[in-house]
Design a protein around this ligand. Structure first.
Ligand code: DC
Length: 212
């Protein structure tokens, strides 16, 4: 049983997905954390971010560990390190390569096939779980998304906005697993909405569609 929540950076996916998972007693899967972890490992190892084959091999060798609040890589808590701006930019670069996506999608399917998951990312409803019981595509205005990220990270809004544009553009244009709504996805614009209201709406949709 999967509830898929996709959308661009800063649309509120993580907060909403966590809230929905808590409300329904599902497990939360942050697929972006997996691409971020690979980016961190690649930067540390000095790998070429344009070498898809090498990055694919690295992705297949990663040992992930997730719980509700922590992301582990080979036992190390990398929850904070993977949110650094240079890792964020590198995550968008490593995620364009088909060998990387194949490895990540296979891992994600293995996880979500065995439980009740709220999974968030860019391609959950389109590629990872096309038969998800509910697909939600979260959006928000570009300015609001940048404001939210800046408030979280303490960076300047202008810097966040520039990096966000570059990342969204790359995520949308890539050939494999591009950021786009699945045809049957429910689109929710979270601009100006309180997170609790968005969570309540998704929970209601999940119940209406027999997903919970
Ligand atoms: O959701 P996030 O900001 O943590 O994602 C970081 C990067 O990972 C994002 O720029 C694109 C990539 N990503 C992806 O390609 N597919 C996913 N399902 C999730 C994230």
């Amino acid at each position: 049983m999967v509830i898929a929540i996709d959308g661009p950076a800063g649309a509120g996916k993580s907060t909403v997905a966590r809230g929905v998972a808590d409300a329904l007693g599902f497990t939360y899967l942050d697929s972006g954390a997996m691409y971020r972890s690979l980016a961190l490992a690649a930067l540390r190892a000095g790998l070429d971010l344009d070498d898809g084959e090498e990055l694919g091999r690295a992705a297949r060798g990663l040992e992930f560990g997730f719980d509700r609040t922590t992301v582990r890589l080979g036992g190390e808590d990398v929850s904070e390190a993977i949110r650094e701006p240079q890792v964020t930019a590198a995550a968008s670069r490593v995620s364009v390569h088909p060998p990387v996506r194949d490895a990540m999608v296979a891992l994600q399917r293995e996880l979500i096939d065995n439980g009740r998951y709220v999974a968030e990312g860019r391609d959950i409803g389109t590629v990872v779980s096309p038969r998800a019981s509910l697909k939600v595509f979260l959006t928000a205005s570009e300015a609001e998304r940048a404001r939210r990220r800046a408030a979280e990270s303490g960076e300047a809004v202008e810097a966040v906005l520039a990096a966000q544009r570059e990342r969204d553009d790359r995520d949308r244009r890539r050939e494999h697993g591009a950021l786009r709504p699945a045809p049957e996805a429910v689109e929710l614009d979270t601009t100006g909405l309180a997170i609790d209201d968005v969570v309540a709406r998704v929970v209601e949709l999940a119940r209406d569609q027999g997903a919970a």
